[in-house]
Design a binder for this molecule. Structure first.
Ligand code: ADP
Ligand code: MG
Length: 344
């Protein structure tokens, strides 16, 4: 659920409704994504944060139709460009992927073929979606794209292989391939986790340009809150397959309302002081997604609701609240009370 601050904002670039994804293992069904809904505006930079195993990658893969058995999307709508892409066949989805929505993963090596030149791979990506394009034109376009992602001597480098590129350059090539087709939405799942801080900054700057120059909306999945405060304008906190708090970045950093968001931020009181590190550890463990409690999934670890019967019995619904630093949607029985407390 996107928090819209501008009433005149255009139609969302992506609108996800009641998306659920399960992995059906032999003994149990893992509920990786549970009834998730949100909107993404054109040019929005949405950060998705949450501990490992909270369903962030499953959400990204579900949106792109890339969940593989034993997983499956169990329900929901994914509205992109005026239609529900969850209803498309694999073939139809193949032409939407890349062209309208693209995915960048943590490890650029998985997206590149080691035995093909960089140029050939970019040209193939372009050709897959523009079959009529002449080879020479595709090559020119590929060189431009490398230049766009600030790889110098682009024309020569087209003839090099992935191993001749550094990790950061490979990630920029993957992003170049993703932007080759000007998608309206790009989902980047931990795109900088494997990179050093300098290269990380280059990749983020590139994503910034993608938003500014191509009007692409970006979903950035990360466990680095420093990156969220630098790059994102909105944030969704994911816990046990649900988005438990969605808001503008100021709200999350100034007055996180969900006790889980607050716990995530507990060690990092102000965004300027955020360490370039992983999320701080929270006492206890995330729940087993194959046997979830009936109430709030965070209740057993929650400093607020641990001893409150309602929290263990009733799953909280999304509450739209208006905090001191802006609106938020929070799945906590005590959302309003906590906002009142924070405003005092
Ligand atoms: P995150 O990206 O937030 O770390 P994931 O989306 O990868 O989390 O995982 C969410 C849940 O789905 C986890 O409980 C994980 O064990 C489960 N899961 C992910 N992939 C598979 C798979 N291929 N088979 C079975 N369970 C899976
Ligand atoms: Mg992941």
């Amino acid at each position: 659920m996107t928090v819209t601050t501008d009433a005149s904002s255009p139609d969302p670039a992506l609108s996800v409704r009641n998306l659920s994804t399960v992995y059906e293992a032999k003994a149990a069904t893992v509920h990786a994504v549970r009834d998730v809904s949100f909107d993404l505006r054109p040019m929005e930079r949405l950060g998705i944060v949450g501990e490992s195993g909270s369903g962030k990658s499953a959400l990204a893969l579900s949106i792109l139709g890339l969940i593989e058995p034993p997983g499956r999307v169990a329900g929901g709508e994914i509205m992109l460009g005026g239609r529900d892409i969850a209803k498309l066949s694999d073939r139809e989805l193949g032409s939407v992927r890349g062209k309208e929505i693209a995915l960048v993963l943590q490890d650029p090596a998985t997206a590149l073929d080691p035995v093909k030149t960089i140029g050939r791979q970019i040209i193939e990506a372009i050709a897959a979606h523009e079959p009529g394009l002449k080879r020479s034109a595709a090559r020119r376009r590929a060189a431009e794209l490398l230049g766009d992602v600030e790889i110098s001597h682009a024309e020569q480098r087209l003839d090099e292989y992935p191993h001749q590129f550094s990790g950061g350059m490979r990630q920029r090539v993957v992003i170049a391939m993703a932007i080759a087709l000007n998608p309206s939405v790009l989902i980047a799942d931990e795109p900088t986790t494997a990179l050093d801080v300098t290269t990380q900054a280059q990749v983020l700057a590139l994503l910034d340009r993608l938003v500014d120059e191509h009007r692409t909306a970006v979903i950035l999945i990360t466990h680095n809150l420093g990156i969220v405060s630098e790059f994102c304008d909105s944030v969704a906190v994911m816990y046990a397959g649900r988005l438990v708090e969605t808001s503008g970045v100021d709200h999350i950093f100034e007055s996180p309302t969900h006790p889980y968001s607050e716990a995530l931020l507990a060690c990092v009181p102000n965004p300027e002081k955020l360490a370039q590190g992983p999320l701080p550890a929270i006492a206890g463990y995330p729940p087993d997604l194959s046997s979830l409690p009936s109430g709030c999934a965070f209740a057993p670890r929650c400093p607020v609701g641990r001893d409150i019967p309602q929290c263990h019995q009733e799953a909280p619904q999304p509450h739209a609240v208006s905090g001191p630093a802006g609106p938020a949607v929070v799945e906590c029985h005590f959302a309003e009370a906590r906002i009142r407390e924070a405003s005092r």
